[in-house]
Design a protein around this ligand. Structure first.
Ligand code: SF4
Length: 440
């Protein structure tokens, strides 16, 4: 997501769209201060830290080099030093020492921003929340609505901002305005809440709807992906009432009947789980990477071997993951995964980086990944069946490693080889049911 380092202008609180039914207060879990992620330290935050009597906390903190370090990777820059995978300022009681001694406003900007992200759109600022935070997942604390003024003030200082372009693309070459996108998003929300369908069918129905919509508007244009400004808006606006008047009957019938492929499910999820290794510096050259990706594709297609699933501490045998039982219609599982999907729509995850159809495809991939992770957490507990705590942890892990907080989507810009393989799988007619009907 395109975080900005520019401080934005002040806006009135009414220009902010807050997620309904979301509550939050920090409960000092410390989960945002540990693990793989780097905590960027911008110049203003560093200058603020230098003004504080940090040597009262530890004599070594009088030297900024003791609490900061240069990070590598695509976001290279100064960040807070981590010790044993935790921020150096996180104490043994999981309290932030800066917050505890000098107040919340003294913390680096990245820390003050979490778990919020502001998404700029032509219709105002949408305030998204990270489900990597256990308090957000558990919906603990006062309603977000009570913080409207505070969030508007925080936006003016924030570095956690993404921007939605206008127009966006329904699929490559089909530009649509943001207002038309919102009509489509409303249909996706309705399908996600459709009574009488399983969550799997509801998610598949969203993909079917987008595919049928794309096909219909291309047909209306004589199968040409070109047209004057506003042409695709006009086509989509004509088609949406057709789906609505039919009460999505055709979409739902297709989704209900759709059968998937276990091999496609394994191959795509396995490929994404191993993508980091594929671009390891040791695998130099296009040929080496191509061979590695092809090997991973075939191995996962056959369900062979094991896979690393950070932050799980051990590799998981694919055969073991498959043996873990789960009732994916358990009301808690359905509630949490539906909440994740609905909030992804709200915070515009589907259109910030990619055309809408591909963004929705990745939403299905992330839900499938959450099920793999839930099985992994169950194995770690020594359980044969996925429990509620496993699903809760899995949503947090996937949000942290693949969705909200990573450069995962940027990877596809950098590595056309991976992009090509993944896009071919996303375009297969069996893609959506393959993601949803299988769980390992
Ligand atoms: S400075 Fe405080 S809030 Fe920020 S990562 Fe470190 S412990 Fe957490």
């Amino acid at each position: 997501m395109s975080d900005s380092n520019q401080s934005p202008a002040c806006l009135s609180p009414e220009q902010f769209h807050l997620p309904a039914d979301f509550h939050f207060a920090c409960h000092n879990s410390g989960r945002c201060c540990e693990d793989f992620w780097e905590i960027p330290l911008d110049e203003t935050s560093l200058a603020r830290l230098k003004q504080l009597p940090l040597s009262n906390l530890s004599p070594s903190f009088s030297d900024p080099a003791q609490y900061s370090e240069m990070s590598a990777g695509p976001k290279a820059g100064l960040s807070l030093r981590r010790v044993n995978g935790r921020c150096i300022f996180l104490d043994s009681a999981r309290r932030c020492l800066i917050h505890a001694h000098f107040g919340a406003a003294a913390k680096p900007q990245t820390c003050q921003d979490f778990p919020f992200r502001y998404i700029r759109t032509p219709r105002g600022i949408f305030v998204g929340m990270s489900m990597a935070c256990p308090s957000v997942r558990a919906n603990r604390g006062p309603a977000i609505e009570t913080r409207r003024q505070e969030l508007a003030d925080a936006y003016a200082r924030s570095h956690s901002i993404a921007t939605v372009s206008d127009p966006i693309e329904l699929s490559p070459g089909l530009p649509i305005s943001f207002s038309v996108y919102e009509e489509i998003e409303s249909c996706l929300n309705d399908l996600l809440a459709w009574e009488g369908l399983t969550l799997d069918d509801r998610l598949i129905a969203g993909y079917v709807f987008l595919q049928l919509l794309e096909r219909a508007v291309v047909q209306m244009s004589g199968h040409r992906r070109e047209g004057p400004a506003g042409h695709w808006d006009e086509c989509v606006r004509q088609m949406i009432p057709v789906f609505r008047n039919d009460r999505f009957r055709r979409v739902i019938a297709i989704a209900r009947k759709a059968a998937g492929s276990r091999g496609l499910h394994r191959a795509l999820i396995g490929l994404l789980l191993t993508y980091r290794s594929a671009f390891d510096a040791r695998l130099r050259g296009r040929l080496g990477r191509s061979a590695y990706l092809f090997y991973q594709y075939v191995r996962h297609l056959g369900g062979l071997g094991s896979v690393g699933m950070p932050p799980l501490p051990a590799r998981m045998a694919l055969s073991q993951l498959r043996r873990v039982r789960a009732d994916w219609n358990d009301p808690f599982f359905v509630h949490l995964l539906t909440r994740f999907a609905a909030h992804s729509l709200f915070r515009k995850d589907l259109i910030v980086f990619t055309p809408l159809l591909k963004g929705y495809g990745f939403l299905l991939v992330f839900v499938a990944l959450m099920r793999w992770y839930a099985a992994g957490y169950a194995i770690l507990r020594g359980a044969a069946e996925v429990g509620r705590e496993d699903v809760d942890e899995a949503v947090g892990a996937v949000e942290k490693y693949y969705c909200f907080h990573t450069d995962f989507m940027r990877l596809f810009d950098q590595y056309p080889l991976l992009t090509g393989m993944v896009e071919r799988m996303l375009a297969k007619p069996l893609f959506a049911p393959s993601m949803m009907r299988y769980h390992g």
